[in-house]
Ligand binder design. Sequence first.
Ligand SMILES: Cc1cc2nc3c(=O)[nH]c(=O)nc-3n(C[C@H](O)[C@H](O)[C@H](O)COP(=O)(O)OP(=O)(O)OC[C@H]3O[C@@H](n4cnc5c(N)ncnc54)[C@H](O)[C@@H]3O)c2cc1C
Length: 401
Amino acid sequence: MPGEKPYEVVISGSGPAGAGLALALTAREPALAGRILVLEASSHPREKICAGGITADGVRQLSAWGAPIEVPAVPIKGVRLRFGDRWSDIPAPESGAVVVRRDVFDASLVRAVRDRGVEVREETPLLDLRRDASGVEVAIPGGSVRARCVVGADGVAGGVRRALRFPQGRRHVRLIVAETFDQTEPAESEGLFAFDFSCVARGVQGYVWDFPCVIDGRRAMSRGIFDRAPDGVRRRDWKGEFARALAERGVPPDSVIWKGFPERAFDPRLPISMPRALLVGDAAGIDPLMGEGIAQSFVYAELAAETLLRAGRRNDYRFREYHRKLLRSPLGRELRLTARSADTLYSARHFPFWISLLFESASVRKVVGEALAEGGGLSQRLGRITMAALGRLITRGWQRA
Ligand SMILES: Cc1cc2nc3c(=O)[nH]c(=O)nc-3n(C[C@H](O)[C@H](O)[C@H](O)COP(=O)(O)OP(=O)(O)OC[C@H]3O[C@@H](n4cnc5c(N)ncnc54)[C@H](O)[C@@H]3O)c2cc1C
């Protein structure tokens, strides 16, 4: 609105990426709090369709920002992997990973952001955006606000991406989630991140998950299916596959409400910044292999905070180094590796080979279990995985000889 102070940054969206960015900025520079505006189209607690699994690195990042998780969270004690009639449990009792309900979790993040003195305007979507020589003009209901720059943390359908015509890209991951209060889950699987890859044999590039959670104080299960939906691969009956999985778990498919939502899979070729604007979290694109995005959004937030503070110090908001910095960071290496290898890893032809290595080698299982519970992904463990897999292949060769 005319006469309003210009903000240093307007953050569009207050999910993990947007709230995380406000926390990352104020943890580094508390005096900046009054110069950050967070816009949120909805109001908290708002529904977010998500399984709510947070790997240990995400949990640690929140503590490092001085905003530890204080909402109900189911601790994860291990990972279960399944393919057809083979399955394996990988204990990780101290992993620190948890499952949260996104409505209460995201609301708690926003409370922490407000406690730092940052202004959060709910029910206030970013409607449009114009960049000029001195900053950005952000259109909101009833007027506009000015800032030196803007960050799109507004999820898969992002207003910033749309307003500034960032290329949309093509790959959208599909997920359906159904939450059940069923008692059918065997007791021993409590506290496990369970990933069932059986559907890969039938052409779905993904998995069915079973995560324990608590809904309104009651024990429940979040179950869903992740399907990469890659370009050029014929559309598979992923909904039928999920119905089959529910029935197999003793949950009549029509007894639960299914909710679907897309994700944006990261594409290293697409820009994630332009002068005066950055994208983070789902708006920029996340893990195309497993669809994990909460902890990754926190890593994006850290990188964006560094980039914004540096831009402010230099009064240079072109953000030319942001994309390159991301690609070279551990997160960028993971995103590149998973974007490159997902087709091969999930191919119905090759998947039985990969997964057999996992079932046969305790060392491969240990590293993959760590990656899934602790976070940080496969790229930083590639050497250990390769060595363990080679060891197993050599043993196989000896056993055959
Ligand atoms: C079914 C499903 C299950 C998943 N399970 C997991 C899981 O177990 N673990 C995990 O790590 N990840 C999971 N993910 C991924 C995870 O949910 C996302 O990666 C994560 O929410 C991304 O955070 P974000 O802040 O970028 O976006 P979001 O959480 O989508 O937040 C974006 C925010 O922006 C707001 N907004 C949108 N448009 C505007 C606008 N124009 N102006 C202002 N505000 C706007 C929205 O209201 C929203 O609050 C799952 C995703 C799905 C779909």
